[in-house]
Ligand binder design. Structure first.
Ligand SMILES: [Zn+2]
Length: 530
């Protein structure tokens, strides 16, 4: 009788709950019980999910009435940049700038209130949204700020727009050669125009004073608070430094980091060698077991490595930042040490190079869960290789909607067949982990979810169903981090990470999805927002 009662009530674990949320519409991502109305929490874990959890109610159990609100597993953003988000919350943001004049006005105002020794920094400008669509120049910025060095990163993070002062400080002139993997845009006489692409950005950025430990810690905490506000309970931080890891450890020790972090080591350096020696480090708040590599640049600045030239720049095939041999060497190291490799690849050539490098190290189907980050423009013939070598595609839905305005210009109609090709990937049996690439795109997963299911009306045959989209932000994110037994669904025994929404994004008209509000974010049984 007790057993039957337990089955009826969905009580998978015995015990008395600390609190039970009732009268909700709970999407569990658990195939055995896709929808429930109540969830019981004990400590930082889920005790039970079901309809009537009275068996878990004791004298001290708090009952929270959800009043019909929607509950989802906490969003997992499988590709974001925490320190970058924190920094962007502190720097000028040009996402809304509609012209060079808009940028000039904001920069001039900032220059007026800062000492001339200080760098003015900003991000997210996008010339494709401006009249004419051409790259701006150092002269444009110098008009707004003649005395301060100015460094403004493009929306994709793959180009920088600098002023005269910054070029002078970095000693960049007509005689400066392009660095490997980078390009200094030049005028007819070979003089730098003020736009630096990919590795050329470093020629100026290395002159910007590096943030101290306190600044990094402040930025990471700021970003984590922003994630909690947006219903994100786990982030895969796509490229961290030793300084950032130290900041995470400090915040976790103080118990005030409101998000869990799966940190990818940024590049093949001393930190990677340290982990090759000691192997994966796993924990409920911080896990380090992967490296982030960069195979190419981005599509907007034509730095993505293509098999054939850009349709709108016939002499250019983009830039390969790492070659196949370099990636294969790291992949073999990772296999030997039980670590994961996550490589940024945007163009079809970069994707193929990474697939071949991974294939050489992996040999066939496997459980290493190597990932390609972005996988934006992939030769349709290469998509089955993801499945063949068990490679996870870590894609970001809003990249498709943001890039849709010009992606066709860059690559032409034929190559669009493999562009942001979510259904082709899914049909080939490839797992897709979703995310935002914040601060490149907005961190908010709700506009992301909307982009996944609508694509803004662009090439809608590749749209995800709502179930596929939710899975990509929950279970697949967990899988991509080897955490599918800990998170990604609402089941007894898993971490109590979930989000309460103002409306049911699985059923409302799609157009309403971006307006849905996060009412509450719960991390490990504790409310971290509001
Ligand atoms: Zn990124």
């Amino acid at each position: 009788m007790l057993l039957i009662l337990a089955l009826l009530t969905g009580a998978a674990g015995a015990g008395i709950a600390d609190w039970i949320a009732v009268k909700g519409r709970i999407y569990t991502m658990d195939a055995a019980r896709p929808v429930a109305s109540a969830i019981a929490i004990k400590g930082n874990r889920i005790l039970a999910v079901g309809e009537d959890l009275k068996a878990h109610t004791g004298p001290s159990t708090r009952i929270v009435d959800l009043a019909g609100a929607t509950v989802l597993p906490g969003f997992i953003d499988s590709h974001g940049h925490m320190a970058g988000l924190g920094e962007s919350l502190e720097n000028l943001d040009f996402r809304a700038a509609a012209s060079v004049a808009d940028v000039q006005r904001i920069v001039a105002a900032e220059a007026a209130r800062r000492p001339k020794t200080e760098w003015i920094r900003g991000r997210a400008w996008d010339q494709t949204r401006w009249p004419g669509g051409r790259f701006p120049t150092a002269g444009d910025l110098t008009k707004a700020a003649p005395d301060h060095p100015v460094y403004l990163a493009r929306v994709d993070g793959h180009a920088a727009w600098v002023n005269r002062k910054a070029l002078e400080l970095a000693d960049i002139n007509a005689a400066t050669a392009d660095p490997a993997g980078g390009r200094i845009l030049r005028d007819g006489e070979g003089r730098p125009t003020g736009i630096l692409v990919d590795r050329a950005m470093g020629l100026v950025s290395r002159h910007i004073p590096v943030p101290g430990d306190a600044a990094v810690e402040r930025r990471i905490l700021r970003a984590a608070v922003e994630c909690a506000r947006l219903g994100i309970t786990s982030v895969h931080d796509a490229g961290v430094t030793a300084q950032q890891l130290a900041a995470y450890r400090k915040r976790i020790a103080s118990g005030d980091l409101p998000v869990r972090v799966y940190a990818m080591i940024g590049g093949d350096g001393p930190l990677w060698r340290e982990y090759l020696g000691k192997g994966p480090e796993t924990g409920e708040h911080l896990t380090v077991r992967s490296i982030k590599l960069m195979a190419d640049g981005a599509l907007g600045s034509r730095g993505a490595a293509m098999k054939r030239p850009y349709s709108d720049d016939p002499a250019n095939t983009g830039l390969l930042i790492l070659n196949r041999a370099e990636i294969e060497r790291v992949a073999r190291q990772a296999v030997a040490a039980g670590l994961q490799v996550n490589t940024h690849a945007i163009g079809d050539r970069a994707n193929r190079e990474v697939l071949d490098a991974y294939a050489a190290a992996l040999g066939g189907a496997n459980d290493r869960r190597f990932r390609i980050e972005h996988a934006q423009i992939v030769d349709v013939a290469d998509i089955p290789l993801f499945a063949k070598y068990s490679i996870v595609a870590s894609m970001q839905a809003t990249h498709a909607t943001s890039d849709s305005r010009w992606a066709g210009d860059r690559v032409g109609a034929a190559r669009l067949e493999g562009a942001y090709a979510w259904q082709r990937f899914l049909k080939a049996g490839v797992r897709i982990a979703n995310g935002s690439d914040f601060p490149v795109e907005e961190a908010n997963p709700l506009p992301g979810f909307h982009a996944a299911v609508t694509r803004g009306g662009w090439r809608t045959g590749e749209s995800m169903s709502r179930e596929q989209a939710l899975r990509s932000w929950t279970m697949e994110g967990a899988y991509a981090a080897f955490e599918e037994n800990e998170k990604g669904s609402l089941e007894a025994g898993k971490l109590a990470d979930f989000v309460v929404l103002s409306a049911d994004i699985m059923r409302i008209p799609a157009a309403e999805i971006p307006k849905v509000k996060v009412i509450r974010t719960v991390l490990g049984g504790k409310t971290v927002y509001p």
